[in-house]
Design a binder for this molecule. Structure first.
Ligand SMILES: Nc1nc2c(ncn2[C@@H]2O[C@H](COP(=O)(O)OP(=O)(O)O)[C@@H](O)[C@H]2O)c(=O)[nH]1
Ligand SMILES: [Mg+2]
Length: 194
């Protein structure tokens, strides 16, 4: 699959703002600052499609991107886990994501992004539990792979699998947007889902 076109289709906080259901959607979830926007930009070949931020906790909307003239969509879910975000915003975050997971018939899969350097957080585990509950789990991206050695890569992936309780058959793809590695593997996995 080659992404030749990508456009921001809609920015939503509530369901009424979602674009009408049409082609399949693949959503990206993960904690704030994990590298979601960077990955989206690399995948689409557009440096500024999604805003890469030095300040975590900025995105509190669900962003729908139309890919290849709406052959499918990538949906950027709000990042979680930023300490300075108030309690009420974190509650909103949960409600927003759960609403989308629950109601979206065209949602095929949610890619969970976790930082390869650390064991998944409590919120990562909670997110993965939700994904399992709603039937969307099974595709994990370990970001910032350039920050660990080759040996650590395998070790940390095993730890991520264990902590999240992912199945042996579930993909965990190490990706580095800095080195531009792993993104083709992810594109292939996405293609298989469509
Ligand atoms: N070293 C390294 N840094 C990355 C990588 N991906 C993202 N970053 C950095 O991590 C920070 C957060 O990235 P961003 O894409 O905005 O994360 P988001 O909040 O999940 O959308 C930025 O400073 C990025 O430059 C990567 O693969 N390697
Ligand atoms: Mg972002």
């Amino acid at each position: 699959m080659k992404i030749v076109r990508s456009d921001l289709l809609a920015i939503a906080v509530k369901e009424a703002q979602y674009p009408p259901e049409a082609p399949p959607e693949i959503a990206f979830a993960g904690r704030s600052n994990v590298g979601k926007s960077s990955l989206l930009n690399l995948l689409t070949g557009r440096k500024k499609l999604a805003r890469v931020s030095g300040t975590p906790g900025k995105t509190r909307t669900i962003n729908f991107y139309s890919i290849n003239d709406d052959a499918f969509r990538i949906v950027d879910l709000p990042g979680y886990g930023y300490a300075k975000v108030s309690k009420s915003i974190s509650a909103d975050w949960g409600g927003m994501i759960e609403k989308y997971l629950k109601s979206r018939h065209t949602l095929k899969k949610v890619v969970l992004l976790v930082d390869i350097r650390h064991a998944p957080s409590t919120q990562d585990v909670q997110m993965y539990e939700w994904l399992k509950h709603y039937g969307y789990a099974g595709l994990i991206v370990a970001t910032k792979a350039d920050k660990v050695s080759r040996n650590e890569t395998q070790k940390n992936i095993a730890a991520i699998r264990r902590t999240l309780g992912a199945g042996e058959g579930d993909s965990i793809i190490p990706v580095s947007t800095l080195k531009k590695t792993g993104v083709d593997t992810l594109a292939t996995e996405i293609e298989k889902l469509l």
